[in-house]
Design a protein around this ligand. Structure first.
Ligand SMILES: Nc1nc2c(ncn2[C@@H]2O[C@H](COP(=O)(O)OP(=O)(O)OP(=O)(O)O)[C@@H](O)[C@H]2O)c(=O)[nH]1
Ligand SMILES: [Mg+2]
Length: 110
């Protein structure tokens, strides 16, 4: 999918980037995609929400270890964008309140 993403950059005000926290083998590829998005000029002003999904599933690596492995604190500190990070489970609803609050704060009327 990555190669066609730039065709959607125009008029993009917010970016939700979902990482599968149950599958660390995809982590380096996800990180490379994320860095590409964050450095894309048309997305410089975008509001960014990074979601670690599937946190209900057991995994040999914790979400904190994954964040550390991709140096997420450095990524969020160095990015031009305003970045929020949330740990969620689309299955159980964990983190849903935080995501809805982000949507409201970012795009909500009034
Ligand atoms: N347990 C769990 N399952 C989830 C969650 N969110 C989505 N799924 C399930 O995950 C499946 C889709 O994700 P993936 O299989 O990773 O699909 P994909 O990312 O398109 O494909 P891959 O590139 O193979 O990872 C569906 O069966 C969803 O029901 C979650 O938070 N927890
Ligand atoms: Mg997947």
């Amino acid at each position: 999918m990555g190669p066609i993403w730039p065709s959607y950059y125009g008029n993009c005000r917010s970016l939700l980037f979902m990482i599968d926290a149950s599958n660390p083998t995809q982590l380096s590829a996800a990180c490379a995609q994320l860095l590409g998005l964050l450095s894309a000029e048309p997305l410089a002003e975008a509001q960014v929400l990074i979601l670690f999904n599937k946190t209900d599933l057991p995994c040999y690596m914790t979400v904190e270890e994954m964040k550390s492995l991709i140096r997420l604190p450095d990524i969020t500190a160095c990015a031009k964008q305003n970045i929020t990070v949330a740990d969620i489970s689309a299955r159980t609803g964990t983190g849903l309140t935080e995501v809805l609050r982000w949507l409201q704060d970012t795009h909500g009327a009034g």
